[in-house]
Design a protein. Sequence first.
Length: 182
Amino acid sequence: MLGMSDQTPQDPYAVPPPGGYPSPTGGVPPATPPATGGYPPPPPAGYPAPTYPAAGYPSGEAPKPGHSAFAIVALVISIIALIICWFPVVGPIAALITLALSIAAWVTSKNSGRPAGLAIAGTVISAIAFIAGVGITIGFFILVDRAQEADRYCTSVSRTQAEYDQCMTDRVGSWFGIDTTP
């Protein structure tokens, strides 16, 4: 056996026994480095871990669970306003009021840290109801104006109720492209 030693090779990954390394300062342990703003040291055994601010929230708190009652009410009222918007004049006014309530619910939900999804939905529905209500109201007033104009014309050219009725039927039919002659 040429050149073989009787020593067993040392494991490079083995943990050295306590005190296995000599101290570089001659027996005095080195001082702990100063904190540089990293993570805090772990808590002592038996204590709960520290809590950290929720990421992405300026207040450091996560949103509170559940929706606010104001946001729920704003959503329900905005759905009612969407139904009411078919009534001229009243519909847009109701939708405008619910739009203001929904925006207030949105701001309140955001400031209180609650989810604002229902308030946003109420705002969108109220805006749609307002736009539809304004369009329906404008259409209604145009239709009333044209009907009054047709009434004035038919009253001036008719001598009997039958002539007046036929004149109105012809005028209204012409608005919609309907030929009323037999």
